[in-house]
Design a protein around this ligand. Sequence first.
Ligand SMILES: [Zn+2]
Length: 209
Amino acid sequence: MTDRILEHLPYIDIVAMGRATRVPDWYGDAVGDSFDVHSFVIHHPDSLIIIDAGIGRGNEPIDHLYAPQAVDIGDALGSFGVALAQVQALILTHLHLDHCGQARRFTAPTFVQRAEVEAASAAGYTVPEWIPDDDVRLVEGDVEVATGVRVLATPGHTPGHQSVVVDARHGRAVIVGQACYRSGDFAGLEPVPDCDDALELARSSISRL
Ligand SMILES: [Zn+2]
């Protein structure tokens, strides 16, 4: 009986989406000399949901600054048996270049905080042509995207940052986006280092999670 209940709960795959092989000086020691990029697949019994969309390709300033080795999101998801056209919802934790890069490859609705879309209109915030412009569902605060899949507003790293909590087959999973980097930071309420202007907000967001 227990197994039959469990098999109807979602499970999650972590998808390697490549890496930035170079990091601009203004990051300081925050991320080291390079960083990896990931997406997540939520295999939900009612729907197929993707979280974040990697780094985009073909943008000259980004190529110069980050020298990305970006993985094609169609290929990456294909290796998990997922076709882009099957995806029923895309959740973007925020709109920085390494989270929304290939979002326009999806035809599914995109869930992003209204505050994040507003923040992303600032010059230099992201690559505007990578932001999805079709069927965008503007979220204000928390929302349940599917049964047991909740988006929580977790501002701090960015004004409209959001995280995802999934009641999954093997327990509750918290996908924190860029609210913090390491499990120890999560336990210690230590946000990513670039939250100087919103440090307390960032800490309270981790505390919520
Ligand atoms: Zn970011």
